[in-house]
Design a protein around this ligand. Sequence first.
Ligand code: WT7
Length: 694
Amino acid sequence: VNWRLPSGCATGSDPVAGRYAQGGAAFNSNKGQWMSAIESTLQEHRVFPPPAHVVAGAAISGMDAYLELVAEAERDYEGFWSRLAREQLTWQTPFTKGLDESNAPFYKWFEDGKLNATYNCLDRHIEAGLGERTAIIFEADDGAVTRVSYGELLDRVSRLANGLRSLGVKAGDRVVIYMPMSVEGVVAMQACARIGATHSVVFGGFSSKSLHERVVDAGAMVVITADEQIRGGKTLPLKSIVDEALALEGSDVVKHVIVYRRTGGKVSWNESRDIDLKTLVEGQSNVCEPEWVSAEHPLFILYTSGSTGKPKGVQHSTGGYLLWAALTMRWSFDIKASDVFWCTADIGWVTGHSYVAYGPTAVGATQIVFEGVPTYPNAGRFWDMIQKHKVTVFYTAPTAIRSLIKASDADAKVHPRSFDLSSLRILGTVGEPINPEAWMWYHAEVGGGRCPVIDTFWQTETGGHVITPLPGATPLVPGSCTLPLPGIIAAVVDETGGDLVNGQGGILVIKRPWPSMIRNIWNDPERFKKSYFPEELGGRLYLAGDGAVRDVDRGYFTIMGRIDDVLNVAGHRMGTMEIESALVSNPLVAEAAVVGRPDDTTGEAICAFVVLKRGRPTGEEATKIANELRAWVAKEIGPIAKPKDIRFGENLPKTRSGKIMRRLLRSLAKGETITQDVSTLENPAILEQLGEAK
Ligand code: WT7
């Protein structure tokens, strides 16, 4: 077993347990890190019914409509999803079978059906007469605005798709995209999809080493990048990082690098490999016959962190994935032709795939694509843009909300109150648990009390929302992602896969395969089975990797955070092992252990316990080395993986069998007094050393 129960869930007796347990193993606080979160949500009695103006005309209007869909899925699971796949998507060849479970857990959906993702995102809207509709309102870092219609978007996608074909890229080939937030980034993704090439977007904040690792694992034939990116008034390199990455061993799989000139900054050029995007698309036709692929054809691979040091290439399908992107735009965001949708996520993360590149276009919506950061030129940027573009549906991360609360407390000019946000109808959050205080602020100050806050729980692996309120149906409880979408059979189970009653915390699973689920881990089917369908749980339950609890009154879900060695820092997912390997690859470091600790703004913060080969540094030397190590991790993985705290010790606390006592380290990271039995420690004095952060 390579996961642990959320620390609030061990068996035992506790006064709090008595209140929520319904027989069976008692729910025990165990002074666990999630206890306060669970308690505050379970004791959360504020309920916000869906506002009448949203209920009227919502895609799913009222709880009865939701329950009717739940019942339909229960009656005929395969038929339910097949009906929706026919309604939401346009198929070149209709599928004859919904779900194929013959090779479980490698499930297949709609496999003999053929379609093209970009036909669904672009051509069909244009054929319906919507070619003039704005697809993307792009706002650059400096505030410059460009509008791109559906007609123009198809034009650009087709030219680049033809350009890729001219370089020999064909269906099934992999293309890595390492680009800034831009129209070109979305075009690059869809151009791949146009010709059936599988894209793998790598977030522009990852280092050359991380990029290299992904390029090699994916076996990418082409990399699409930009000269530089601009964020918060600063220029950051991209092309030179690609050059560094491709200088490393094994990179000769890459035949071409396509460069979008964003800034015109000077970059080095390899004549036999590098091509200017503009030159590539110039001579190309704006007509590109789509490649009709099986619904199971891999649309993309997206690398994410797991329990080991090596990132996992999460492989998604075309049909099931696109169904989800379209369906959840309608169900969770109630998207309409008149909406202006804005998801602030970067295309480097799954949120930017499902709710920037594919979801909004699949339903023909108008959306904002934003190049910059929420704090530039000041922390009112989001509110200013909502006001300027009359955004109606806004989707962002709890971390952003928490940092903007702080900023607007300090400066009234950047407070949402100083802007006209009356265009807003629906608010969404994603990426990490939202604390009830931040939820209330978002609801009241940003949404003016009129907009439902849609707390969408999902993961890279789920392809799109799985547990989420519906704006026109679900009564909201701050801090809870409420109920599964119709057809999602989510449950909380114990360590053997047995159902737990409401009120008991446990392991979050999904009991039946759903269309947009992960299909495989690229190059590693064994890891796919072990990570997501572990034998310990019977081999058929999808293991999300999070702890959860359902409340007794409504069965609402509250997510308690990861139960594996994965951290969630500012909504970014990171493996403790990845950071540990980066640290120990530094010549100064003998040993390192990384844990998360709660943080007011970023949710979790990275805390590294480090043993140096030369002995424990103190004072200024310790500060200096800590900063060196942070810079090292930034270079190895990317700045997002830099440890906030670094603590030096002569050694690490271990059990007699030599296992690092991570639970103890988590307590130390939080600054708790150690109440655990430490009699087995070789050197209890190190606890004092490790309590001091650098
Ligand atoms: C992990 C997945 C989903 C797209 C962005 C992150 C956490 C995500 C919520 C939420 C509580 C959440 C979970 C999950 N998470 N959304 N609404 N409430 N936790 O995707 O990088 O694959 O991370 O993010 O821990 O497992 P990801």
